[in-house]
Design a protein around this ligand. Structure first.
Ligand code: NIG
Ligand code: FE
Length: 424
């Protein structure tokens, strides 16, 4: 019942609230704390005894040996994908090269064929199922990119499927991102993926497709894949500059395989995020910090591609705020699990648990323009929270591959989770 008042209490309440945080306690943890939920919003956060006295009529959901965190925010996913690339995955695991497979007409273009063959309803159904599985892992907000349509109608179809799947209040909140600049479709490269062919495609996206998407209100962000075998800085500037002029936010895939100046472009455009960044230098990092552009780290992708981690120390020293996301996609990130990405961010990238957790809550929400809605446990925000069947927040990055989310609320309502999660 959305009108009912609920007092959710646990041994540790990890608020992620900067107003409660300190150098010694970056997560702003309350011991024996509680969150009072009313009308779908957080009414109060504080000591359990104090809130229980203040709201004696509230339904109590208490677990002394549990941890409460904000609902997790997955700020980079390709969740509306279709089909399977299991054959290609097997080849890659046996040593085949990701960029070479793409050059030969596989990779992103293989997923494109599956999306083009699907209906809006079919994509929405697949997305809903995926989002429900992500909710069972503690995720209450999912950024969803298009990018597997690669023609006007099919890119739009993916965004319409996101809009369709967004209507369910008992599912994670979905944030739509337009990623037409993900790969060059076959019909746009009769003579191969030349720079001229890429620029011509970028012009069509900027001048024709994007304005219609913006007018229909189908996207909140626009993304572009900038890399040595993807789009150039100039191609991306054309599309993302138009996105800014149309009032949309900007995010970029940059430096996944090579530093071709993508971080500088992200800073120049005042992008909300620059994602991947396995290849970025100190100057690019400083530019991101100065622009307030967050770095979205995607450890599942770099692990799958057997890459070195991004230069986390360089980003930290520059003062770039860090986000961690799943990158859920059928090519580089064969997972739907943000908790797995957090575990890898700590074990492979050397993030502290606090950095990783903030990167999947407060910093992720801020990168999606949702800082006043979610990502922090503080009065006035949406009651998006997770009760974890774990004794301490440090245990959130263990055990790998198992969901320990006991209760997942979005806007005060228990999300329809998979069978692994029991909702009291
Ligand atoms: O974030 N490299 C670009 N985009 C995706 C992969 C997409 C795919 O292979 O389907 C990424 O890694
Ligand atoms: Fe991606």
């Amino acid at each position: 019942m959305i009108d009912e008042r609920i007092l959710v209490a646990a041994g540790r309440v990890v608020t992620c609230d900067p107003a409660r945080a300190s150098e010694a306690d970056p997560l702003g943890v309350l011991e024996d704390g509680a969150v009072l939920v009313a009308g779908g919003l957080i009414a109060a956060v504080g000591p359990r005894a104090e809130l229980a006295a203040r709201a004696p009529d509230a339904r109590l959901v208490a677990a002394a040996d549990a941890v409460i965190t904000p609902g997790l925010v997955d700020a980079h996913t390709h969740a509306p994908w279709m089909g399977s690339r299991d054959g290609e995955y097997a080849l890659r695991m046996a040593g085949a090269d990701y960029e070479a497979i793409a050059r030969a007409g596989g990779g992103i273009v293989a997923s494109m064929r599956a999306v083009r063959a699907a209906t809006v309803e079919g994509i929405a159904r697949a997305l809903r199922a995926r989002a429900a599985r992500m909710a069972a892992l503690g995720v209450t907000t999912i950024e969803c990119k298009s990018g597997y349509g690669l023609d006007e109608a099919s890119e739009r179809k993916q965004l319409e499927a996101i809009a369709e799947a967004s209507t369910d209040p008992l599912a994670p909140r979905l944030v739509p991102t337009y990623l037409a600049l993900h790969a060059l479709p076959p019909e746009a490269r009769p003579d191969g993926a030349t720079p001229a062919a890429r620029s011509a495609y970028a012009r069509i996206v900027a001048e024709r497709w994007l304005p219609a998407i913006a007018a229909a209100g189908l996207a909140r962000f626009v993304d572009a894949y900038v890399d040595r075998e993807a789009f150039s800085v100039d191609d991306a500037r054309l599309v993302l500059g138009r996105a800014r002029a149309l009032g949309l936010g900007v995010r970029l895939h940059v430096g996944q395989f090579a530093d071709v100046g993508g971080a500088d472009l992200a800073a120049e455009l005042g992008a909300a995020s620059a994602d991947h960044l396995e290849h970025v230098g100190p100057e690019g990092a400083r530019a991101l910090a100065a622009a307030g552009t967050r770095a979205v780290l995607l450890p599942v992708a770099s692990l799958t591609l057997r890459q070195e981690p991004p230069p986390v120390a360089t980003l930290r020293i520059a003062g770039v705020r860090l986000v961690v996301a799943s990158d859920a996609n059928p090519g580089t990130a064969p997972t739907e699990s943000l908790p797995l990405a957090l575990a890898l961010a700590v074990s492979s990238y050397g993030l502290t648990v606090a950095e990783a957790l903030l990167g999947a809550t407060r910093e992720a929400a801020a990168s999606l323009g949702l800082a006043t809605a979610t990502g922090v446990l503080a009065p006035g925000l949406e009651a998006d929270l997770v009760v974890w069947d774990l004794p301490h927040e440090n245990a959130l990055v263990q055990p790998w591959g198992t969901s320990r989310a006991r209760l997942v609320l979005r806007g005060g309502r228990a999300l329809a989770c998979g069978s692994g999660s029991s909702v009291p």
